[in-house]
Design a protein around this ligand. Structure first.
Ligand SMILES: [Zn+2]
Length: 62
């Protein structure tokens, strides 16, 4: 299942629909985070090398 030995976190690209509200962090390992609530993922901060957002804390775990 693991292709690159990376984590199995799903990357959500900016502009795609948010399926689960919560706090997301960029996948580049810097300290960017965003709190999304059912809309679309925001663009990554300027200069951020990440490909997208990964879930850090779900607002309402099911
Ligand atoms: Zn970042």
């Amino acid at each position: 299942m693991s292709k690159k030995g990376q984590t199995r976190q799903q990357i959500h690209h900016p502009g795609t629909r948010v399926e689960r509200s919560g706090i997301y962090t960029c996948d580049a390992g810097c300290d960017h985070s965003t709190d999304v609530k059912g809309h679309v993922f925001p663009p990554l901060p300027k200069g951020c090398q990440a490909q997208g957002w990964v879930l850090l804390t779900a607002a309402h775990p099911e």
